[in-house]
Design a protein around this ligand. Structure first.
Ligand SMILES: Nc1ncnc2c1ncn2[C@@H]1O[C@H](COP(=O)(O)OP(=O)(O)OP(=O)(O)O)[C@@H](O)[C@H]1O
Length: 251
Protein backbone atom coordinates (compact mmCIF):
# COMPACT_ATOMS: atom_id res chain seq x y z
CA UNK A 1 0.00 0.00 0.00
CA UNK A 2 1.26 3.43 -0.94
CA UNK A 3 0.06 6.89 -0.07
CA UNK A 4 0.24 9.67 -2.63
CA UNK A 5 1.73 12.83 -1.19
CA UNK A 6 2.11 16.19 -2.88
CA UNK A 7 4.47 18.56 -1.14
CA UNK A 8 4.07 22.20 -2.05
CA UNK A 9 3.94 21.57 -5.80
CA UNK A 10 4.01 24.44 -8.21
CA UNK A 11 3.61 24.74 -11.96
CA UNK A 12 3.47 27.86 -14.09
CA UNK A 13 2.60 28.39 -17.73
CA UNK A 14 4.25 31.42 -19.31
CA UNK A 15 4.96 32.89 -15.87
CA UNK A 16 1.38 32.44 -14.63
CA UNK A 17 0.96 29.88 -11.84
CA UNK A 18 -1.67 27.23 -12.67
CA UNK A 19 -0.84 25.21 -9.54
CA UNK A 20 0.55 27.30 -6.73
CA UNK A 21 1.94 25.53 -3.65
CA UNK A 22 -0.42 22.58 -3.36
CA UNK A 23 0.16 19.97 -0.61
CA UNK A 24 -2.14 17.03 -0.12
CA UNK A 25 -2.18 13.40 0.94
CA UNK A 26 -4.29 10.58 -0.48
CA UNK A 27 -3.89 7.68 1.98
CA UNK A 28 -4.35 3.98 1.13
CA UNK A 29 -7.86 2.63 1.49
CA UNK A 30 -9.46 6.06 1.15
CA UNK A 31 -11.14 8.07 -1.56
CA UNK A 32 -9.76 11.58 -1.24
CA UNK A 33 -11.55 14.34 -3.14
CA UNK A 34 -10.04 17.19 -5.12
CA UNK A 35 -12.63 19.70 -6.20
CA UNK A 36 -12.71 23.26 -7.48
CA UNK A 37 -14.38 25.48 -10.04
CA UNK A 38 -13.42 25.60 -13.73
CA UNK A 39 -9.80 26.47 -14.32
CA UNK A 40 -8.84 25.85 -10.67
CA UNK A 41 -5.89 23.68 -11.71
CA UNK A 42 -7.29 20.18 -11.05
CA UNK A 43 -6.30 18.66 -14.38
CA UNK A 44 -2.87 20.25 -14.16
CA UNK A 45 -2.41 18.52 -10.77
CA UNK A 46 -3.31 15.16 -12.34
CA UNK A 47 -0.94 15.77 -15.25
CA UNK A 48 1.84 16.60 -12.80
CA UNK A 49 1.25 13.45 -10.75
CA UNK A 50 1.24 11.23 -13.84
CA UNK A 51 4.41 12.77 -15.26
CA UNK A 52 2.78 14.35 -18.32
CA UNK A 53 3.90 17.71 -16.97
CA UNK A 54 6.86 18.55 -14.75
CA UNK A 55 6.56 20.61 -11.59
CA UNK A 56 8.32 23.95 -11.39
CA UNK A 57 9.00 23.17 -7.71
CA UNK A 58 7.85 20.86 -4.92
CA UNK A 59 7.86 17.08 -4.47
CA UNK A 60 5.62 14.21 -5.51
CA UNK A 61 5.89 11.12 -3.29
CA UNK A 62 4.37 7.69 -3.97
CA UNK A 63 4.84 5.67 -0.80
CA UNK A 64 8.48 6.22 0.19
CA UNK A 65 9.59 6.95 -3.38
CA UNK A 66 10.27 10.41 -4.70
CA UNK A 67 8.53 10.48 -8.09
CA UNK A 68 8.98 14.16 -8.82
CA UNK A 69 11.25 13.56 -11.81
CA UNK A 70 9.75 10.21 -12.89
CA UNK A 71 8.54 9.83 -16.48
CA UNK A 72 5.08 8.41 -17.19
CA UNK A 73 6.20 4.76 -17.79
CA UNK A 74 8.13 4.69 -14.47
CA UNK A 75 5.06 5.98 -12.66
CA UNK A 76 2.88 3.39 -14.37
CA UNK A 77 5.25 0.65 -13.23
CA UNK A 78 5.14 2.05 -9.69
CA UNK A 79 1.37 1.54 -9.81
CA UNK A 80 0.05 5.02 -10.59
CA UNK A 81 -2.97 4.75 -12.91
CA UNK A 82 -5.49 7.27 -14.13
CA UNK A 83 -8.68 7.67 -16.04
CA UNK A 84 -9.09 10.58 -18.44
CA UNK A 85 -11.67 13.36 -18.55
CA UNK A 86 -12.29 12.47 -22.16
CA UNK A 87 -12.80 8.79 -22.76
CA UNK A 88 -9.88 7.20 -24.63
CA UNK A 89 -10.87 3.77 -25.86
CA UNK A 90 -10.07 1.73 -28.94
CA UNK A 91 -13.54 2.20 -30.43
CA UNK A 92 -13.34 -0.55 -33.07
CA UNK A 93 -11.97 -3.12 -30.64
CA UNK A 94 -14.26 -5.17 -28.43
CA UNK A 95 -14.87 -4.45 -24.78
CA UNK A 96 -12.76 -7.50 -23.92
CA UNK A 97 -9.85 -6.38 -26.11
CA UNK A 98 -9.94 -2.95 -24.53
CA UNK A 99 -9.76 -4.38 -21.03
CA UNK A 100 -7.01 -6.83 -22.02
CA UNK A 101 -4.97 -3.92 -23.41
CA UNK A 102 -4.97 -2.52 -19.86
CA UNK A 103 -2.93 -5.53 -18.70
CA UNK A 104 -0.15 -4.53 -21.07
CA UNK A 105 2.24 -3.73 -18.22
CA UNK A 106 2.05 -7.31 -17.00
CA UNK A 107 2.62 -9.09 -20.29
CA UNK A 108 5.68 -11.30 -20.10
CA UNK A 109 5.80 -12.71 -23.60
CA UNK A 110 7.63 -10.41 -26.01
CA UNK A 111 7.03 -9.10 -29.49
CA UNK A 112 8.88 -11.92 -31.26
CA UNK A 113 6.81 -14.61 -29.58
CA UNK A 114 3.75 -12.63 -30.58
CA UNK A 115 4.82 -12.45 -34.21
CA UNK A 116 5.62 -16.14 -34.59
CA UNK A 117 2.65 -17.18 -32.48
CA UNK A 118 4.35 -19.24 -29.79
CA UNK A 119 2.10 -21.38 -27.59
CA UNK A 120 3.21 -19.25 -24.64
CA UNK A 121 1.53 -16.32 -26.32
CA UNK A 122 -1.80 -18.11 -26.63
CA UNK A 123 -1.58 -19.24 -23.03
CA UNK A 124 -0.84 -15.74 -21.83
CA UNK A 125 -3.62 -14.33 -23.96
CA UNK A 126 -6.10 -16.76 -22.43
CA UNK A 127 -4.86 -15.95 -18.95
CA UNK A 128 -5.31 -12.23 -19.56
CA UNK A 129 -8.81 -12.79 -20.94
CA UNK A 130 -9.73 -14.75 -17.84
CA UNK A 131 -8.55 -11.90 -15.67
CA UNK A 132 -10.42 -9.43 -17.86
CA UNK A 133 -13.60 -11.42 -17.31
CA UNK A 134 -13.18 -11.05 -13.54
CA UNK A 135 -13.25 -7.28 -14.03
CA UNK A 136 -16.13 -7.48 -16.51
CA UNK A 137 -18.15 -9.39 -13.97
CA UNK A 138 -17.44 -6.86 -11.27
CA UNK A 139 -18.72 -4.12 -13.57
CA UNK A 140 -21.72 -6.15 -14.73
CA UNK A 141 -20.57 -6.20 -18.36
CA UNK A 142 -19.78 -9.85 -19.20
CA UNK A 143 -22.58 -10.05 -21.75
CA UNK A 144 -21.09 -7.07 -23.61
CA UNK A 145 -17.56 -8.54 -23.81
CA UNK A 146 -17.66 -9.12 -27.58
CA UNK A 147 -19.31 -5.81 -28.50
CA UNK A 148 -17.28 -3.04 -30.11
CA UNK A 149 -16.50 -0.57 -27.31
CA UNK A 150 -17.38 2.39 -29.53
CA UNK A 151 -20.96 1.20 -29.99
CA UNK A 152 -21.82 1.30 -26.27
CA UNK A 153 -23.43 3.97 -24.15
CA UNK A 154 -21.40 6.68 -22.49
CA UNK A 155 -21.87 5.06 -19.06
CA UNK A 156 -20.56 1.74 -20.33
CA UNK A 157 -17.58 3.37 -22.03
CA UNK A 158 -16.71 5.04 -18.72
CA UNK A 159 -16.80 1.63 -17.07
CA UNK A 160 -14.44 0.20 -19.66
CA UNK A 161 -12.05 3.02 -18.93
CA UNK A 162 -12.19 2.18 -15.24
CA UNK A 163 -11.53 -1.48 -15.95
CA UNK A 164 -8.49 -0.60 -18.04
CA UNK A 165 -7.09 1.45 -15.19
CA UNK A 166 -7.81 -1.35 -12.68
CA UNK A 167 -6.19 -3.93 -14.96
CA UNK A 168 -2.90 -2.25 -14.08
CA UNK A 169 -3.43 -3.33 -10.47
CA UNK A 170 -2.83 0.23 -9.32
CA UNK A 171 -1.60 1.34 -5.91
CA UNK A 172 -2.63 4.92 -6.61
CA UNK A 173 -5.63 5.64 -8.79
CA UNK A 174 -6.50 9.06 -10.14
CA UNK A 175 -10.07 9.43 -11.29
CA UNK A 176 -10.42 12.53 -13.45
CA UNK A 177 -14.12 13.41 -13.51
CA UNK A 178 -15.20 9.76 -13.78
CA UNK A 179 -18.93 10.44 -13.64
CA UNK A 180 -19.03 13.51 -15.88
CA UNK A 181 -22.06 13.25 -18.16
CA UNK A 182 -23.65 10.38 -16.21
CA UNK A 183 -27.05 10.42 -14.59
CA UNK A 184 -27.32 9.90 -10.82
CA UNK A 185 -28.17 6.19 -11.05
CA UNK A 186 -25.13 5.50 -13.24
CA UNK A 187 -22.88 7.62 -11.05
CA UNK A 188 -23.93 5.92 -7.83
CA UNK A 189 -23.48 2.44 -9.24
CA UNK A 190 -19.88 3.40 -10.01
CA UNK A 191 -19.52 4.80 -6.49
CA UNK A 192 -19.91 1.29 -5.06
CA UNK A 193 -17.14 0.06 -7.33
CA UNK A 194 -14.84 2.92 -6.28
CA UNK A 195 -15.44 2.07 -2.62
CA UNK A 196 -14.63 -1.58 -3.31
CA UNK A 197 -11.35 -0.60 -4.98
CA UNK A 198 -10.38 1.65 -2.07
CA UNK A 199 -11.21 -1.14 0.37
CA UNK A 200 -8.47 -3.23 -1.27
CA UNK A 201 -5.95 -0.65 -0.05
CA UNK A 202 -5.71 1.53 -3.15
CA UNK A 203 -5.17 5.28 -2.63
CA UNK A 204 -7.79 7.03 -4.73
CA UNK A 205 -7.75 10.70 -5.65
CA UNK A 206 -11.11 11.67 -7.09
CA UNK A 207 -11.23 14.84 -9.15
CA UNK A 208 -14.81 15.85 -9.71
CA UNK A 209 -17.09 18.66 -10.65
CA UNK A 210 -20.19 16.99 -9.25
CA UNK A 211 -20.08 18.28 -5.67
CA UNK A 212 -22.87 16.09 -4.37
CA UNK A 213 -21.16 12.99 -5.68
CA UNK A 214 -17.79 13.85 -4.13
CA UNK A 215 -19.41 14.80 -0.83
CA UNK A 216 -21.15 11.43 -0.62
CA UNK A 217 -18.02 9.46 -1.41
CA UNK A 218 -15.08 11.19 0.29
CA UNK A 219 -14.25 11.52 3.95
CA UNK A 220 -11.63 14.11 3.20
CA UNK A 221 -11.68 16.77 0.51
CA UNK A 222 -9.33 19.40 -0.79
CA UNK A 223 -10.67 22.49 -2.55
CA UNK A 224 -8.62 24.21 -5.21
CA UNK A 225 -9.31 27.68 -6.62
CA UNK A 226 -7.01 29.65 -8.92
CA UNK A 227 -4.25 27.11 -8.33
CA UNK A 228 -4.31 27.31 -4.52
CA UNK A 229 -5.86 25.16 -1.83
CA UNK A 230 -8.53 27.27 -0.16
CA UNK A 231 -10.08 24.64 2.11
CA UNK A 232 -9.80 21.05 3.27
CA UNK A 233 -11.63 18.72 5.61
CA UNK A 234 -14.75 16.60 5.80
CA UNK A 235 -17.71 17.17 3.46
CA UNK A 236 -19.70 19.20 6.01
CA UNK A 237 -16.81 21.46 6.84
CA UNK A 238 -15.98 22.11 3.19
CA UNK A 239 -19.59 22.58 2.05
CA UNK A 240 -20.12 25.26 4.69
CA UNK A 241 -16.81 27.02 4.29
CA UNK A 242 -17.55 30.59 3.11
CA UNK A 243 -14.33 30.59 1.04
CA UNK A 244 -15.58 27.55 -0.90
CA UNK A 245 -19.05 28.98 -1.40
CA UNK A 246 -17.52 32.23 -2.63
CA UNK A 247 -15.17 30.42 -5.04
CA UNK A 248 -18.01 28.46 -6.61
CA UNK A 249 -20.45 31.35 -6.78
CA UNK A 250 -17.80 33.76 -8.00
CA UNK A 251 -17.01 31.31 -10.82
N1 LIG B 1 -0.74 23.69 -21.30
C1 LIG B 1 -1.17 24.84 -20.77
N2 LIG B 1 -0.67 26.03 -21.21
C2 LIG B 1 -1.07 27.20 -20.67
N3 LIG B 1 -1.99 27.30 -19.67
C3 LIG B 1 -2.51 26.18 -19.21
C4 LIG B 1 -2.14 24.88 -19.72
N4 LIG B 1 -2.84 23.93 -19.04
C5 LIG B 1 -3.62 24.59 -18.15
N5 LIG B 1 -3.43 25.93 -18.25
C6 LIG B 1 -4.09 26.96 -17.41
O1 LIG B 1 -3.97 26.54 -16.06
C7 LIG B 1 -5.14 26.85 -15.34
C8 LIG B 1 -5.70 25.59 -14.69
O2 LIG B 1 -6.26 24.71 -15.69
P1 LIG B 1 -6.77 23.24 -15.41
O3 LIG B 1 -7.23 22.67 -16.71
O4 LIG B 1 -5.75 22.51 -14.64
O5 LIG B 1 -8.03 23.53 -14.49
P2 LIG B 1 -9.20 22.55 -14.06
O6 LIG B 1 -9.45 22.84 -12.63
O7 LIG B 1 -8.87 21.18 -14.44
O8 LIG B 1 -10.41 23.08 -14.93
P3 LIG B 1 -11.67 22.28 -15.53
O9 LIG B 1 -12.51 21.91 -14.34
O10 LIG B 1 -12.31 23.32 -16.38
O11 LIG B 1 -11.15 21.11 -16.29
C9 LIG B 1 -6.11 27.50 -16.32
O12 LIG B 1 -6.01 28.89 -16.18
C10 LIG B 1 -5.57 27.06 -17.67
O13 LIG B 1 -5.87 28.00 -18.66
Amino acid sequence: MKALRLENIQRSFGGLPAVDGVSLTAPPGRITGLIGPNGAGKTTVVNLITGLLKVTSGRIMVGEDDMTEAEAPVLARAGVARTFQNIRLIGDATVLENVVSGFHRHEKVGMVANLIGLPAMFRERRELEERAYVLLERFGMTDLARHPAGSLSYGHQRRIEMMRALAMDPKVLLLDEPVAGMNDAEAYSLADIFRGVADQGVSILLIEHNMRFVMSLCEHLYVLASGRLISEGGPDHVANDPKVIQAYLGG
